[in-house]
Design a protein around this ligand. Structure first.
Ligand code: TRP
Length: 454
């Protein structure tokens, strides 16, 4: 077997890879989206189904992405080509990498807008703007922010600059260094908030909401949401994890590493839920408030609690850090490919790509103000980008990666890369990647389309 070298560098250790991939996985998906979709879908049963999908679909597909990345040792586009050819198949599999890189740009453009709201809230919380505020006023603050394109543009621009600055530094001096500082900070902040919520919130009620099991509350729609979210939250389906896998040391075991990453991502989502719902219940607020849960409900709660200004500020700092380390991974496949293809330095590549996503982000943020009349398939630009990536690009990307590793690559390659000692575990992975994951993903893809278009 050829032992390829990655021109971009490689993680200093297996543990750094775990932190970087966890940084990618833990983001707005965990802290903003998971609590609100769990809230909208009744908690308990939804959470259980989500956990099941993480294990049965997310973990095997994440292993597949890491496997291909580490085997190819290049950007997802070039790794897909390289590994396909090594297995004696057409180089055209690189299309999966292409579509993924494109999806990364599209996700980034609305992700950056939401991250901009988070930055605006860091400032507002720090200024004490939410002290003693009612929920009506809080929702006015939120809609006023959305209606102000200039404010949105400033925060979106700040976020793009933050992300591109880290990317410019490269794998070791940028991504690795940022991760090593931000991830521990994120975990400390999260534990601090959990402690706060345990002492100041209705902790028992929050737990009961998240973990009670009542299957009658589970709709088919909720099952689809859970499956789609298990994908988004683990950063699967577009090459983020494949790119990070290409920097992974050869001697590290993929199975154990991926299980650790998935466990950390899940723990953060659950802890975020355990930090948020007790505060919601202690203030008799609505757990099913939707996307505003974090931007309207929580500031009200913080505004009424002892120490709420400080903890509210820390909370939004936490979310900003999480969004930052995730957004980096959305751009890495595109950056790595440009460097490989054109032999450019990271600096100019990041400036160019930064301008592209900055412009795309302006289109996304206009959905809430001057561009609110623009409709694509009955959705504004922001909702359309969210819809088309989560429900079309990611499921398709994941499906192709599963088919590619499960059916196209031979056992010599996958067995060698995964290096699983126990043949039973390898068999389990192989059944999941060949049958369970593709069927489940094809199902969400098809049902989502029927539901939205039908
Ligand atoms: N997983 C991140 C979150 O939960 C978002 C993210 C980063 C992502 N990279 C991705 C989602 C790739 C899908 C695909 O916020």
């Amino acid at each position: 077997m050829k032992d390829r070298q990655n021109i971009h560098g490689s993680w200093a250790s297996r543990w750094v890879f775990i932190m970087a991939a966890t940084g990618s996985a833990v983001g707005l998906g965990n802290i903003w989206k998971f609590p609100y979709i769990a809230g909208q879908n009744g908690g308990g049963a939804f959470v259980l189904v989500y956990l099941l999908f993480i294990l049965a679909v997310g973990v095997p597909i994440m292993m597949a992405e890491v496997l291909v990345g580490r085997r190819g040792r290049q950007s997802p586009i070039n790794s897909m080509r390289e590994v396909a050819m090594e297995a004696g198949h057409a180089p055209g599999w690189s299309v999966v990498g292409w579509v993924g890189a494109l999806a990364g740009f599209l996700i980034f453009s609305f992700y950056s807008v939401v991250a901009g709201w988070v930055l605006a809230y860091v400032a507002a919380m720090g200024n004490g703007e939410f002290l003693d505020i009612g929920s009506e006023q809080a929702s006015k603050v939120f809609s006023r922010l959305l209606a102000d394109p200039q404010a949105l543009l400033i925060w979106h621009s700040v976020f793009v600059v933050l992300v591109m600055t880290v990317l410019m530094g490269g794998v070791n001096k940028g991504l690795e260094r940022a991760t090593k500082i931000m991830m521990p900070a994120l975990f400390v902040l999260l534990l601090l908030l959990l402690g706060y919520s345990m002492t100041s919130g209705s902790f028992g009620e929050g737990l009961e909401f998240l973990f009670h099991f009542d299957p009658s509350e589970l709709s088919w729609d909720a099952v689809l949401v859970a499956l789609g979210h298990s994908f988004f939250t683990l950063s699967l389906g577009m090459g983020s994890i494949m790119a990070y896998g290409s920097y992974m040391p050869k001697n590290a075991s993929i199975g154990g590493t991926v299980l650790t990453i998935a466990a950390l991502d899940t723990i953060v989502a659950l802890v975020a839920g355990m930090a948020i719902f007790p505060i919601v219940f202690a203030n008799s607020l609505d757990p099913g408030a939707g996307p505003g849960l974090m931007f309207i409900t929580l500031p009200v709660a913080f505004g009424h609690m002892p120490g709420g200004q400080v903890f509210g500020f820390l909370f939004f700092v936490l979310v900003a850090l999480a969004a930052w380390t995730s957004a980096i991974s959305l751009m890495e496949p595109g950056v790595a490919w440009m460097v490989e293809r054109f032999g450019l330095k990271r600096g100019p590549v990041c400036i160019m790509l930064g301008m592209v996503v900055w412009l795309l982000g302006i289109a996304a943020l206009s959905s809430f103000n001057f561009g609110s009349d623009i409709a694509l398939f009955g959705m504004n630009i922001f909702d359309f980008l969210d819809f088309i990536t989560a429900n079309v690009f990611l499921p398709l990307g994941g499906l192709f990666v599963a088919v590619f590793t499960g059916w196209i690559l031979n056992k010599k390659i996958t067995g060698n890369e995964l290096a699983i000692a126990n043949p039973l575990y390898y068999l389990a992975w192989s059944v999941m990647i060949r049958y369970i994951a593709p069927i489940a993903v094809a199902a969400i893809f098809i049902f989502n389309l029927i539901e939205k278009l039908g």
